[in-house]
Ligand binder design. Structure first.
Ligand code: RIB
Length: 311
């Protein structure tokens, strides 16, 4: 039902008191490895959210990292359409996580650069194609074209941030971005709402970290305030939001129902270390939501004010 075309990286993570400034060295603690990569994280999130069969097209090296990356995806129930290359390593990411749960990430994309639109499986039976920008832009554009022609909804999480050609934006039905990515894509000055309205996509969702998220669908706005949690590592929270949101929409839930579920899953992801290791299952998200009271009107007002404020 949902096909993800995207990256898989083995994440090498060091926790430190703070993220080093340019030119600075900080002493961190033990090195840990976790399965990651924006595409694979979103596939795991989508599969764990339930309700949507999840497939993933990806490219890997023929190395030990690939085995760990495939195992994590398969354990989550993702159906793999994997290409293996002899002459390039699997993708890796080097992540510093600070004690206040923030991160800085550098990706060595490796085999992710080899993923082509021709590696996509037959598209019949799929309702959504979800992509990110850790694979070649040409692959994203060509895959979006194929998906559109086959009647799928095209969803793009435009991360990491980069300017996008208008021909790609015209092929995207649902765009999910954070504030920095929104500014990189929309050259519009003004508020977040102004920038969203200037994009040609039917639905635009902007994630705003702990503040929450805002969606604009067919001109109608939906606000979702963030859930307060004790964050230990925010890595993968944005990916969790994307994967769960698409799983919810693919299962037929409307945006006002899908948004709180995706936001709650993203908040829970921040409470554990690592990317895929911290993505919750649907049952955990439902239990978390059942414990939380309805949205705080003051937080809702503050979120609306933030989205309307001029940049
Ligand atoms: O979004 C988090 C992910 O970004 C990490 O898992 C890392 O691999 C990079 O792709």
């Amino acid at each position: 039902m949902v096909l993800i075309a995207g990256s898989a990286n083995l994440d090498f993570v060091v926790r430190a008191q703070r993220i080093p400034a340019p030119g600075e060295t900080v002493l961190g603690r033990d090195l840990q490895t976790f399965p990651g990569g924006k595409g694979a994280n979103q596939a795991v999130a989508c599969a764990r959210a339930g309700g949507a069969r999840t497939g993933m097209a990806l490219a890997l090296g023929r190395d030990a990292y690939a085995l760990a990356l495939k195992a994590s995806l398969e354990n989550a129930g993702v159906v793999l359409h994997a290409q293996a290359f002899d002459d390039v390593a699997s993708g890796t990411a080097f992540i510093c996580v600070s004690d206040d749960a923030e991160n800085a990430i550098t990706v060595a994309p490796g085999a992710n650069t080899r993923l082509l639109a021709t590696h996509l499986p037959a598209l019949d039976g799929y309702r959504y194609l979800l992509m990110q920008l850790e694979i070649p832009l040409s692959t994203v554009i060509e895959s979006a074209r194929l998906a559109r022609a086959a009647g799928l909804q095209v969803a793009l999480n435009a991360a990491p941030a980069q300017a996008l050609p208008p021909e790609l934006l015209a092929l995207v039905d649902l765009l999910i971005v954070n504030e920095g990515e929104l500014r990189a894509i929309s050259h519009k000055q003004g508020s977040i709402l102004d920038a969203m309205a200037a994009l040609p996509c039917q639905t635009v969702v902007v994630t705003l970290g702990a503040r929450g998220a805002v969606a604009r669908q067919d001109g109608e706005l939906h606000y979702q305030t963030g859930f307060v949690v004790q964050a230990v590592d925010t890595t993968g929270a944005g990916d969790t939001f994307c994967g769960v949101l698409i799983a919810q929409l693919a299962a037929g839930h409307p945006m006002p129902q899908a948004l709180p579920f995706a936001s709650a899953a993203a908040a829970l992801c921040c409470t554990k270390p690592g990317a895929q290791s911290s993505i919750p299952a649907a049952i955990e998200v439902s239990a978390f939501l059942a414990e939380r009271s309805a949205s705080d009107p003051a937080a809702q007002h503050e979120l609306e004010r933030y989205c309307q404020a001029l940049a």
